[in-house]
Each structure stands twice: as structure tokens, then as C-alpha cells.
Design a protein around this ligand. Structure first.
Ligand SMILES: Cc1cc2nc3c(=O)[nH]c(=O)nc-3n(C[C@H](O)[C@H](O)[C@H](O)COP(=O)(O)OP(=O)(O)OC[C@H]3O[C@@H](n4cnc5c(N)ncnc54)[C@H](O)[C@@H]3O)c2cc1C
Length: 409
């Protein structure tokens, strides 16, 4: 295999895990990783948590120290963007005019933060959060102004709000829905998060449609559809992300919402693979095509794709896993339900430590634990085994969760 070259486009977590695991799997050829950012691979979750609060440094958010890449002979070309893929000649071009031939190609180009699609969104003082540089800019502006307005009540918006409150910045959260995280977690757990943010002094403006960012030379506020204006010098737009699938689309690969891949993470070209935030995977467990923007999916995809690229892959059917840390509420969530019939709590959310299960019929479609250490693997097994459970048993904190698993797990 030694003369074979694998080109990896992107240098996020997915790319990094793939490169490390290609070596672990014994691939001895050349690995070239093209990194648009000027950074070695780093983790993004701390950008809305410890890094934003200033308790982790750039070095500490790196996937591994620089010498690990040297030891593994991974050629990382930082500040180098892939500009085109030629599937006939099996080459990738870069913005500095070089061309790299490949035996197998991995697209791990991730996603980018959606800008606010509104007038005034380009005014100074308006930020989005995706990169370590974005986090630096937001932290500096928020600390200088002493206040910030977060637009959006999803995961990143809620974490930015929590982290900035923890460094004593006044925070206003403007959101379309009535509760943070309601779209994913539903109203019951959304209420838990709303109460948590209110208890920490966040001002929440619910059911609000932002129409424009207002200001002369820089942002001074956001105007809402009801005609009111929320004063704001620093605005962080946390309104979602879109997949970086433009290269794949231009190359003629099948792309819908992200690059379509099968359960082996192969694109419509059998020598080209895609993983992480950019991949729209046919998921055998969920029986659907899904694009999951989670740290754990990028990580596990990276491990799985190394095997697939070396022709020894297995279908990827792990239940999606996500974690979020806000104030002292650390939570983990497993699942990706398109629908659910009912929610069952185990423990009292008001007590600050609980599990929640989303049931589709009598199957656990998703489960969450908030400050209940160690149960996440059991919840994952409940979801992945698709076992039928008794809701009363699920709700009973005296009954070990393990006892609900099928005997062969
Ligand atoms: C602020 C923040 C907080 C998060 N918190 C959590 C969390 O708490 N829990 C959780 O589960 N998930 C979290 N996530 C999501 C998680 O970080 C992502 O799912 C993960 O980073 C995806 O990894 P990836 O490798 O697919 O893509 P990315 O990390 O996006 O990396 C892709 C890289 O490819 C580069 N690239 C793109 N196009 C090109 C090109 N043409 N040439 C060269 N390079 C290119 C990009 O610049 C980027 O560096 C968070 C994300 C953000 C932004």
C-alpha cells in the first residue's frame, strides 16, 4: 500500500480521527490533510464553553500536540483550501495552485455558521461562532461591552449565553420559540433550561422575530417584528449551520442536505468518502438519511471511515450522542427521533439531577441524563436495541436501568 495517497479535505475532529485511525489500521501510504484554517485540528465544543470563558487555551483545545502528527506522518497543510476535485484524474486542487493525486479521498469539510439573513447583519458588532478566531473575537467584544445579545435558543446560543454569564457579562437571549432547546428536547425539558438561564440572570425575549440589526457605523440593537428594539452592541447570531458541501457538489457527487453517503460512509464515487457535519448518511438504525452535527458523530465517523477506506468497513449504526454543559448542568443526550409520543422523567428535574426518555410507542427513541453519571452507555443500548420498555419501569428510579435491557446486550 506504500505508494498510495489518501487526501483528506478538512482538518476538524472527523479528519483528525480518520488520519489517526488510518495509521492504527496499518495504512502505510501518504496522508495529506488540507486545512483551510491556519490551525492544526482542534475541538469545537470548548469554543462555546471553557475556551469562551477563558479557562482553556488554544493548545488545550487541539486534538493532539503537533508532534503526534509528525510521528504519524500526516502532512497537514494549514491555511490551504481545496478548490476543486477532479474525479476523472483523481486529483484535488488547492488555492496555492498545487494538485494532489489520490487513491482514496475523504471529505471532512464540516459545516459553517449561518449568517443572519437580515439587513444590518454585516455591521461591526455582529458575530457568528464556528472557529477559534470567532470565539476570540466574541470574548473580547463581550468583555469590553459588558453585555451581549444572543440570537437563537439552540445548543450553541444557550451555551454562549451560559458561558458569558459565567464571566459576568449581561446576556439577553432573543429567540423565535418560547423556550430554549424546545425544538430538540420538547417543552418539558425546554422549561428546565429556561428556568436555569433565568436563575442565572439571563434576560429571555421569547417568541421574537428579528427583522434587522440596527445601527450607524456599528450595531446598536436588533429590531423585532413587533416594532420594538432590543439595545445591543454585541450580537452573537446562533441561528444554525450549513454543510460545506460545495466542493462535492461541483465535482458531481450526489449532494442533498450535505454529501450523501451510505452506511459505509461512501459517497456516490466508491473511492470518495465523507464524514462528520458534512455527511448526509443513510443510517440503518434510524432508517433515514441524516446529517448529524455532533462531536461524537464526527469522532466515530472518523474511526469507522478509516476501516471503510481500507475495504474493511462495517455499517455505521451508532445512535447519535450529544453533550452540553451549561452552568453546572452537564447533560448527555442519545438519539435522533423524528417523532415521539410521550416523555417520561426518571427523577425530578427540579432537583437538578434526572433522566428523560422520549418514547415512540414503547421504544426509547431518545434519552437524556442530566448530572446522572455513568448512565449514558445504558441509555445508548436502550435506544440501539430498540427494546420495548414499560414506561412505569423507566420512570422508577429504584429499578436499575440495566434491568430494562434485553438479556443479550
Ligand atoms: C461553538 C460550537 C460548540 C459545539 N459544541 C458541541 C457540543 O457541546 N457537543 C457536541 O456534540 N457537538 C458540539 N459541536 C459540534 C461539533 O463541534 C461538530 O459536530 C464537529 O466539529 C464536526 O466535526 P467535522 O470534522 O465534521 O467538521 P469541522 O469541525 O467543521 O471541521 C471541518 C474543517 O474543514 C475545513 N474546510 C472546509 N472546507 C475546506 C476546504 N475546501 N479546504 C480545506 N479545508 C476545508 C473547515 O475550515 C474546518 O476547519 C459544537 C460546534 C460548535 C461550532
Amino acid at each position: 500500500m506504500s505508494e498510495r495517497t489518501i487526501v483528506i479535505v478538512g482538518a476538524g475532529l472527523g479528519a483528525a480521527r480518520a488520519a489517526v485511525n488510518l495509521r492504527k489500521e496499518g495504512f502505510d501510504g501518504r496522508i495529506v490533510m488540507l486545512a483551510e484554517e491556519a490551525e492544526l485540528p482542534y475541538e469545537r465544543p470548548p469554543l462555546s464553553k471553557e475556551y469562551l470563558r477563558g479557562t482553556k487555551s488554544r493548545d488545550e483545545v487541539r486534538v493532539r500536540p503537533a508532534d503526534g502528527w509528525v510521528a504519524d506522518r500526516v502532512e497537514i497543510l494549514t491555511a490551504t483550501r481545496a478548490t476543486d476535485i477532479d474525479l476523472r484524474s483523481r486529483e484535488v486542487g488547492t488555492d496555492d495552485g498545487r494538485r494532489f493525486g489520490f487513491w482514496r479521498l475523504l471529505l471532512a469539510t464540516g459545516a459553517e455558521a449561518l449568517p443572519l439573513p437580515l439587513p444590518g447583519a454585516d455591521l461591526p458588532g455582529v458575530f457568528t461562532l464556528r472557529t477559534v478566531d470567532d470565539a476570540d473575537a466574541i470574548r473580547a467584544a463581550a468583555l469590553a461591552a459588558g453585555e451581549v445579545t444572543v440570537i437563537g435558543g439552540g445548543w450553541i446560543g444557550a451555551e454562549v449565553a451560559a458561558s458569558l454569564r459565567q464571566v459576568d457579562v449581561a446576556v439577553t437571549m432573543v429567540m423565535r420559540g418560547s423556550l430554549p432547546l424546545e425544538r430538540v428536547l420538547g417543552p418539558e425539558v425546554g422549561t428546565v433550561y429556561r428556568d436555569l438561564h433565568l436563575a442565572h440572570g439571563v434576560r429571555i425575549v421569547p417568541d421574537a422575530r428579528v427583522e434587522a440589526v440596527v445601527g450607524g457605523g456599528a450595531a446598536t440593537g436588533v429590531r423585532l417584528a413587533d416594532g420594538s428594539t432590543v439595545a445591543a452592541l454585541v450580537i452573537v447570531a446562533c441561528v444554525g449551520a450549513r454543510p460545506r458541501d460545495e466542493l462535492a457538489r461541483a465535482a458531481g457527487l450526489v449532494v442533498s442536505d450535505g454529501i450523501e453517503v451510505d452506511a459505509l460512509l461512501r459517497t456516490s464515487d466508491p473511492d470518495v468518502f465523507a464524514i462528520g457535519d458534512v455527511a448526509a448518511q443513510w443510517h440503518p438504525l434510524l432508517d433515514a438519511r441524516v446529517r448529524i452535527e455532533h462531536w461524537d458523530t464526527a469522532r466515530r465517523h472518523g474511526i469507522a471511515v478509516a476501516k471503510s477506506m481500507l475495504d474493511r468497513g462495517a455499517p455505521f449504526r451508532k445512535a447519535p450522542y450529544f453533550y452540553s454543559d451549561q452552568y453546572d448542568l452537564d447533560m448527555e443526550y442519545v438519539g435522533h427521533p423524528a417523532r415521539w409520543d410521550r416523555l417520561v422523567f426518571r427523577g425530578d428535574p427540579a432537583a437538578g439531577s434526572f433522566c428523560a426518555f422520549w418514547l415512540d410507542g414503547s421504544r426509547v427513541a431518545a434519552g437524556l441524563n442530566a448530572r446522572v453519571p455513568g448512565v449514558s452507555p445504558v441509555i445508548a443500548k436502550l435506544v440501539e436495541s430498540e427494546v420495548e420498555v414499560d414506561p412505569a419501569a423507566l420512570a422508577d428510579p429504584d429499578l436499575p436501568l440495566e434491568s430494562l435491557l434485553p438479556s443479550d446486550t
